[in-house]
Design a protein around this ligand. Sequence first.
Ligand SMILES: Nc1ncnc2c1ncn2[C@@H]1O[C@H](COP(=O)(O)OP(=O)(O)O)[C@@H](O)[C@H]1O
Ligand SMILES: [Mg+2]
Length: 255
Amino acid sequence: MDALLRIEELEKYYGTKTMVTKALDQISFTVNEGEFLGIMGASGSGKTTLLNCISTIDTATAGHIYLRDRDITELKEDALAEFRQKNLGFVFQDFNLLDTLTIEENIALAPVIQGTPASKIAGEVAQVAQELGISDILSKFPYEVSGGQRQRCACARALIARPSLILADEPTGALDSKSASMLLECFTQMNRSMHATVMMVTHDIFSASYCSRILFLRDGRIFNELVKGDKNRRIFFNEIMDVVTLLGGDVSDAL
Ligand SMILES: Nc1ncnc2c1ncn2[C@@H]1O[C@H](COP(=O)(O)OP(=O)(O)O)[C@@H](O)[C@H]1O
Ligand SMILES: [Mg+2]
């Protein structure tokens, strides 16, 4: 398998010389094309910082992040926006849908802002909507559709530009278990059928059990790693639970 993302000795410090927080402490790992990678760890372990460095929202203190063979820690300000538009898709915790736009307009928002020709956008929206099973609600407004359909709209918006990598920080954090399951099924579909590489931060064992591999962070370092392989989700769930218990994390979140 080809490496899509390569993180080398990534460090992120916050604070001053005398009062330093090592949010990321020499982290190295690789993400292959087509993986559904989970990042777990207690609150404050560095999960969001890691995602923000990869998404170029935050800058690393030291180390390198290569997407394909391009070092994104070297990108200058004016290249960053273009890099994000072309390569990354985001699914936000509250889905960030605009109430005054239709589902179609929400999905098309980024390409419209980027100046993609309308005829091209229409085809892309139709295609991604069909893949995610929301073709029949495109002319509706977010408040006229179900929670599951809003999630699919958020996923469609992340996928429209066919990014190399989809990033999501605690996407199921504010959802009840039925809605969380629907979103995770959607992520699984994006990953398996639409070949999107997904990186999802979660502190929830149930959500993590959908991933193909999980990295566990503790104090800004990689503490452990689990690979799902051919195991079913129930068995993987129990394995994750064992590591979370070892980490001293909040297991009750998942129960
Ligand atoms: N902007 C910031 N300024 C100072 N410290 C920060 C900032 N963002 C995060 N931190 C610190 O870095 C560490 C990792 O935070 P974070 O990545 O948000 O953890 P997580 O997402 O796993 O809860 C924590 O100790 C946190 O307090
Ligand atoms: Mg966080």
